[in-house]
Design a protein around this ligand. Structure first.
Ligand code: GAR
Length: 201
């Protein structure tokens, strides 16, 4: 079975959706390690209770981004990770990290990229007045939220939406789409062709 390493900074609901998909056999993989850059991340608590190794690589304890990322890479290599899953990981990774796992890092972003990259996607969508939003699963390249897109799904933006109600609508879709993208990858059904990711049948 394939070995996943998950990086998460916060709540960990996407992590949970991946754990659930593994449990019911929709994703044929094991999570070897969950790493957070923040000691207080709820994602770490979630997995510690499940017996999955939960590791904090605390950004505050490293002088430079390079040293921090070296520690991340070491931890992932120690667990022989085949695919790195960013699930609510709120840091931008440098080319050093991206090249260490070339085309083997996936991210989820709560907007329809390339619209509204970065933090606070929902706020930006509402401020802009967009009528649709959604989520994007993509491979990670050296830019911010700019790598080849694997899957996207839209949701409507409603007149009375707040950041919270929009986030909740998008999150429901996230929890379906991320396990789907990971399963496609592990079944070898994704083919990267320049910027385009083809889904083989
Ligand atoms: C998710 O909505 C994810 O798409 C978003 O953070 C949330 C994490 O929730 N990620 C980003 O905004 C990345 N820039 P979770 O911790 O419950 O999975």
């Amino acid at each position: 079975t394939a070995v996943l390493g998950v990086l998460a900074s916060g709540r960990g609901s996407n992590l949970q959706s991946i754990i659930d998909a593994i449990d019911i056999g929709r994703i044929k993989a094991e999570i070897a390690v969950v790493i957070s850059d923040k000691p207080e991340a709820n994602a770490l608590k979630r997995v510690a209770e499940l017996g999955i190794p939960a590791v904090c690589v605390d950004r505050k304890l490293y002088d430079t981004k390079e040293e921090f990322e070296k520690a991340l890479v070491e931890e992932l290599e120690k667990h022989r990770v085949d695919l790195v899953i960013l699930a609510g990981f709120m840091r931008i990774l440098s080319p050093y990290f991206v090249n260490a796992f070339k085309n083997k890092i996936m991210n989820i972003h709560p907007s329809l990229l390339p619209a509204f990259p970065g933090a606070h996607a929902h706020r930006s969508v509402l401020e802009y007045g967009a009528k649709v939003s959604g989520c994007t699963i993509h491979f990670v390249d050296e830019g911010m939220d700019s790598g080849p897109i694997i899957l996207q799904e839209s949701v409507p933006v409603l007149d009375d939406d707040t950041e919270e109600t929009l986030a909740a609508r998008v999150l429901k879709v996230e929890h379906v789409l991320y396990p789907k993208a990971i399963a496609l990858y592990l079944e070898d059904k994704l083919e990267i062709n320049g910027r385009r990711v083809m889904i083989k049948e």
